[in-house]
Design a protein around this ligand. Structure first.
Ligand SMILES: [Zn+2]
Length: 91
């Protein structure tokens, strides 16, 4: 009797409880990845000070290239926040 109940509970765990747990974990992982993609696709805008050549970033930092600017140095991602870099439009 007890043996039957144990096997029944084990089967129930294998067929129902475990898949539900895995599904919950998969949904959590999807949500985490979705948030990460959203955060990572938000650009960090770099604005160049024309007098000094210093770039100021939207994440609150500053950067000065030894030569040239963003495009010439092939900067794609901000070294401070990790977001894709976008150069501010000159106004
Ligand atoms: Zn940044």
């Amino acid at each position: 009797m007890s043996d039957y109940a144990d096997r029944w509970n084990a089967a129930l765990d294998r067929q129902v409880v475990q898949p539900q747990r895995e599904l919950r974990e998969a949904k959590k992982e999807i949500e985490r990845l979705r948030t990460e993609v959203e955060v990572r696709s938000t650009p960090c805008v770099w604005t160049e000070d024309d007098d000094t050549g210093i770039y100021y970033t939207t994440c609150g930092r500053a950067w000065l290239f030894e030569c040239d600017g963003l495009a010439e140095n092939e900067v794609k991602f901000c070294p401070f926040c990790g977001h894709p870099v976008m150069e501010a439009d000159d106004e």
